[in-house]
Design a protein around this ligand. Structure first.
Ligand SMILES: [Zn+2]
Ligand SMILES: [Zn+2]
Length: 120
């Protein structure tokens, strides 16, 4: 039996600076994922650490009490592009360009899965 909540780190990039950051996501209930921490990841580490290899699915929410926002520009929310990349979002701009693939997309819908690696 596993009592400790599962925690994964999802890789994201800042929409403004394109710098990498990690989002700590905790499973607080069956398939209920909550983001509660974000931290910047040095670019050379981002690709080597093996983040972004597994997918989490279920409902996804941000703990607005605990989640500190993007470590680079302090945007409070996150969005996911159709390319699979996750980016910070300020909650206001409806049209954003993806820091991963460069595509300009329109924000819509909730995040249903995130690419995540194990917390190590
Ligand atoms: Zn940002
Ligand atoms: Zn993209």
């Amino acid at each position: 039996m596993r009592e400790i909540p599962q925690v994964v780190i999802a890789m994201a990039r800042c929409r403004n600076s394109k710098k990498a950051f990690g989002i700590r996501v905790e499973e607080r209930g069956p398939s209920q994922w909550v983001a509660d921490w974000a931290f910047s990841i040095p670019e050379n580490k981002a690709s080597k650490e093996g983040y972004g290899h597994s997918e989490i699915s279920g409902t996804f929410a941000i703990d607005s009490q605990q989640y500190p926002g993007c470590p680079h520009c302090h945007a409070r929310l996150i969005v996911k592009c159709s390319c699979g990349g996750t980016a910070c979002w300020d909650g206001e701009q409806r049209k954003v360009s993806c820091p991963w693939c460069g595509a300009k997309g329109v924000i819509g819908g909730e995040i249903e899965s995130l690419s995540a690696g194990n917390d190590r």
